[in-house]
Write a protein that binds this ligand. Structure first.
Ligand code: DMJ
Length: 473
């Protein structure tokens, strides 16, 4: 725990309640007090370690921990070690070097991807490929890069479709690709990881596959410039023509901008510019004095639904990163209102009906990610306080005797028995980075996160070199 500051110099302006574990500010100043920030850093790190130890005790070798029944859950018939791969970059960041080293050793010595299972191409790309590539950057272990490459090679047959958009499933052993209908996030969230892999292997085929899928989506935009949300990978026909930035599309937009930023692929930069203008023209709307991003028909631009999802709270972060701080601030305030309306966020929320069709909260990170970006970019303490509030609510409602668990219903706060892998990768990491901002001041300027919050150092990617290795025109 070497990087952690155990500064329990409690001063009169905050309260630590041992019973409910909450740390709260009682005096509003323009900066969080060092005492509060240090206590929160320490608390998040301690809670991460506690949850990690629970994983190792009850679920080691498996995909995820079930914290109530104290057992494990695997995504497929054989485990893929998803929690540890997702946890690695967070444990490293927090200074848990021994724990991180154990994961690295297991990946290199014991993890064999030659498994006869059908896996979800999108999910394993952001968690496993993204996690392994971050592990390689942080460890400089060539064997980890070899694993990442082996994994990507097993994914690639999914991209051999008429459109270049990958199928939903890929069999890791046989390469059999199945599932012709995918949503846009599943279709085109690959340029970032594939670009990094192309960079490190000097083989452009990975980036080219990811980019072909992205352009296949963009090239099927309507006359208004809008895209739908579900597509057939063989015919290229839209299966659903709802246009939005919600779950099922979200990371497509995220990767347009982040891949442009990381590799200076100007074509993706243009696609992002066109897309964000269209989004702000047709999808953004003011309702009840708040900014929302709803759902419209891609051909007519007419509203079709006011159902949104908590995943959409990633959007203030990407708006802020791309320079639109004004809208980012407004949208974050909307999401903060939704959180406080329930005391946790419901997965699905209808802003016109003010109801939730699916009131689960799965320990998701997005609103915390956006508060972190806005705290870094604006320096406004309001965003530090937001994350302190979210963390306190998470501790209040999701904490168990061994770790953290999802909540079935944000109204009743009844718990469900599952700790998603992104809780390690994203939620805890963004909280830690917010509270430790005083000592990690330049972290967000120096890194770009994949959509699973695996960090990559910008300075490792020279734009001229990227041009060649990724095959950028
Ligand atoms: C994560 O797995 C990724 O951020 C993904 O892009 C969508 N959201 C989940 C966590 O909520």
């Amino acid at each position: 725990m070497k990087k952690i500051i155990f500064a329990f110099s409690f001063i009169s302006c905050f309260i630590l309640s041992c019973e409910n574990h909450t740390i709260e500010s009682t005096i509003d100043t323009s900066k969080p007090s060092i005492g509060i920030a240090d206590s929160l850093v320490n608390q998040v790190a301690t809670e991460t370690l506690r949850s990690w130890q629970a994983y190792t005790k009850y679920a080691w070798g498996h995909d995820a921990l079930k914290p109530l029944s104290k057992t494990y859950s695997d995504w497929y018939n054989e485990p893929l070690y998803i929690s540890p791969i997702d946890a690695y970059s967070t444990l490293e960041l927090m200074g848990f070097a021994d724990e991180a080293a154990k994961i690295e050793a297991y990946v290199v010595d014991s993890l064999d991807f030659d498994k006869n299972i059908n896996v979800k191409v999108f999910e394993v790309n952001i968690r496993i490929l993204g996690g392994l590539l971050a592990m390689y950057e942080l460890s400089a272990n060539q064997k980890v890069l070899d694993k990442a490459r082996d994994f990507a090679d097993r994914m690639l047959p999914a991209f051999n479709t008429k459109t270049g958009i990958p199928t939903y499933w890929i069999n890791l052993s046989t390469g059999e690709a199945t599932g012709d209908t995918v949503n846009v996030a599943e279709a085109a969230t690959y340029t970032f990881e594939m670009g990094i892999l192309s960079y490190y292997t000097s083989d452009p085929k990975y980036y080219q596959a990811g980019k072909k899928a992205t352009m296949a989506i963009y090239n099927r935009r309507s006359e208004l410039g809008l895209i739908g949300d579900v597509i057939d990978v063989e015919t290229g026909e839209w299966v659903s023509k709802q246009s939005h930035i919600c779950a099922g599309v979200d990371s497509y937009y995220e990767y347009l901008y982040k891949s442009y930023l990381m590799f200076n692929d100007r074509q993706l930069g243009e696609v992002w510019d066109n897309s964000i203008n269209t989004i702000n023209t047709y999808i953004a709307e003011e309702y009840n004095g708040k900014l929302w991003y709803s759902r419209v028909n891609m051909d007519t631009g007419k509203p079709v639904s006011s159902v949104i999802t908590l995943y959409d709270a990633f959007f203030p972060a990407i708006l802020a990163l791309s320079g639109d701080t004004t809208r980012a601030i407004e949208l974050q305030s909307t999401w903060n209102w939704v959180w406080n309306r329930y005391g946790l966020e419901p997965t699905v929320y209808d802003f016109r009906k003010d109801t939730s069709g699916y009131p689960v909260y799965d320990l998701n990170p997005e609103i915390i990610e956006s508060a972190y970006y806005l705290y870094h970019i604006t320096g406004n303490k309001e965003y530090f306080d937001m994350n302190m509030k979210y963390w306190n609510d998470i501790m209040r409602y999701c904490r168990t005797d061994i770790a953290y668990t999802s909540v079935k219903n944000v109204v009743t706060k009844e718990q469900r028995d599952y700790m998603p892998t992104f809780f390690f990768a994203e939620t805890l990491k963004y909280l830690y980075l917010t509270f430790s901002h005083g000592s990690n001041t330049t972290y967000l300027d120096e890194h770009i996160f994949n959509t699973e919050a695996h960090p990559f150092k910008k300075s490792n990617f020279d734009h001229e070199v990227a041009k060649k290795r990724l095959g950028i025109d």
